[in-house]
Design a protein around this ligand. Structure first.
Ligand code: AMP
Ligand code: ZN
Ligand code: FE
Ligand code: FE
Length: 290
């Protein structure tokens, strides 16, 4: 039997990806992937249709998410896996994350108006509101800037206006990594620090591991072999697992599927860290205290 092809970091139209969940799964199947996780930003909205599509194709879908945490004013993306998507406190937590995203997009819109690069923020929010649970963010604003002729493409919009420290940048408030680890853990899942080579919080990793972080996303589209080796070694020293993902958004050029894969042994090591039956225990009235 062919070795499984495993990609645990994929985006859909539920956040800032270009493909609807079912279309993403079709693309993943065509690319030879057999185990995937849909990890949209701060939403679980794409999971049901992705799961159905994966089942139809005999693929395995691991429930996933990419949550934006904030540490010392900087965004830190935390991937969550194997949680119970029906766990209500997680839904409440993510609802707050999406509300904060909406407020931030409004503030960015005000900045852009002052900068004489106005975009129709109401239209962005109305479009998102047509799809329950869809999360908005700077990529939607970037697309509107392109459509309005104020930027050439998403990258240009980030480089000149929306990126950290840019003229239309609005700092974010949000949960710490430890708070994200807690809520995913309470939902029965585990967490992996997304693209550590881009986020560059190596000095904070022991603290995150103390808080319960289970893995580092050592293999990622934007990691060189040396960066991957660095994070594999760091994960080993810290006594945690590794994950891998393409961070596919379906936007063309360097965005490809099928070439980034986690080894089956690494997936088994990751899955071995999932707290068994934690959710069932928490759901029992009177249980849950440890
Ligand atoms: P937000 O969550 O609203 O702060 O937007 C951050 C998202 O924008 C990231 O998850 C990326 O998908 C995307 N992004 C960040 N920087 C860039 C960039 N320079 N060019 C294009 N997309 C970017
Ligand atoms: Zn994204
Ligand atoms: Fe990310
Ligand atoms: Fe991502």
């Amino acid at each position: 039997m062919a070795a499984p092809r495993i990609d645990l970091h994929l985006h859909t139209t539920s956040s800032d990806g270009a493909l609807a969940p079912a279309d993403l799964v079709a693309r993943a199947a065509a690319a030879g992937l057999t185990v995937i996780s849909v990890t949209d930003h701060d939403t679980l909205a794409g999971l049901d249709s992705a799961r159905d599509a994966a089942r139809q194709r005999g693929m395995r879908l691991i429930d996933g998410i990419e949550v934006t945490a904030v540490e010392a004013g900087r965004d830190v993306h935390v991937l969550g896996y194997f949680f119970d998507p029906a766990y209500q406190p997680l839904a409440v937590f993510l609802g707050r994350q999406r509300e904060a995203r909406i407020a931030r997009v409004r503030q960015i819109g005000e900045r852009l108006e002052l900068l004489k690069c106005p975009v129709d923020v109401a239209a962005i929010l109305a479009e998102a509101a047509r799809h329950p649970g869809r999360s908005v963010g700077r990529p939607s604003v970037a697309d509107a800037l392109v459509a309005a002729g104020h930027a050439v493409d998403r990258r240009d919009a980030f480089d000149r206006l929306l990126g950290t420290g840019g003229p239309a940048f609005v700092p974010r408030c949000g949960p710490t990594v430890a708070e994200v680890v807690d809520v995913i853990g309470a939902a029965g899942g585990i967490t992996s620090l997304a693209h550590p080579g881009l986020t560059r919080v190596d000095a904070d990793l022991p603290r995150f591991v103390d808080a319960g972080l289970a893995a580092l996303e050592a293999r990622h589209r934007d990691h060189s072999p040396a960066t991957e080796a660095h994070y594999r070694a760091l994960a080993a020293v810290l006594g945690i697992a590794v994950s891998a993902g393409s961070d596919f958004h379906g936007l063309g050029d360097r965005d490809e599927l099928g070439d980034i894969s986690l080894d089956a042994g690494d997936l088994a090591a990751l899955e071995a860290l999932v707290p068994r039956r934690r959710v069932a225990a928490d759901a029992t009235p009177g249980a849950g205290a440890e």
